[in-house]
Design a protein. Structure first.
Length: 223
């Protein structure tokens, strides 16, 4: 586990024959995957007491879609099934956010308990793009969902390698299997990129707000 202020990433993986792998594929076109709600433990990719249950989610999103429709969910389900048939691992990554940090960034309002999900999705996308680039998995497929079932808001990400880009273990007990663990440097770079981009957007928003206030002041003085 590596920690960046405000953001913690936890990751594990399961092999293609795992029941967890199959259950996640079955879950992807269920109503709660598309529309959000409470995930039954039997259908969660994290059902092995990974982050606690029941899972309450807002529904799946991806790199290209803010919310998967029934049709797009089927496309991703097929990619995950192809990956499983090709022997790909299913990587399970959880991005856990410190709620106070999200509040400082203007992403979370604890009073109304409202979350700017678009910015959380943005952080997740920056994290995933950086991670997969570093791990040379540019054709990987992933889906994710924002979860609210713990004290800290977090995002569950499920990743597969449908076309077999992942490097193989060269020797030992798991020789020939895809390498499971992410590199520590890759995780650090991904978290740093996500945090820095989020701070950049906050600073940019603050700059725009100050400019707008200055223009309003000038307008008031000239009237």
């Amino acid at each position: 586990m590596e920690k960046t202020p405000g953001l913690v990433a936890v990751t594990k993986f399961v092999r293609p024959g795992s029941a967890v792998y199959a259950s996640y594929i079955n879950y992807m076109d269920r109503d709660e995957a598309v529309h959000g709600g409470e995930i039954h433990p039997d259908y969660s990719a994290y059902s092995e007491n990974y982050m606690g249950n029941p899972e309450k989610t807002t529904g799946l999103f991806s790199m290209d879609y803010d919310r998967l429709s029934e049709d797009t969910a089927q496309i991703y389900k097929q990619q995950f099934r192809q990956a499983q048939e090709n022997g790909s691992l299913l990587w399970q990554t959880v991005l856990s956010f410190d709620n106070q940090w999200l509040e400082e960034l203007g992403i979370y309002d604890p009073t109304s308990q409202t979350l700017d999900e678009s910015r959380v999705r943005g952080m997740t996308r920056v994290f995933m793009k950086t991670l997969l680039d570093k791990e040379q998995l540019t054709l990987a497929s992933w889906t994710a969902a924002v979860h609210y079932n713990t004290d800290n808001i977090h995002v569950h990400v499920a990743i597969v390698d449908p076309v077999g880009q992942r490097e193989r273990v060269p020797d030992g007990k798991y020789a020939g299997e895809p390498k499971g663990t992410w590199g520590i440097r890759s995780l650090r770079a991904a978290k740093s990129a996500a945090v820095n981009e989020t701070r950049r957007i906050k600073n940019l928003s603050g700059h725009i707000s100050r400019q707008a206030s200055s223009l309003q002041s000038l307008s008031t003085l000239s009237s």
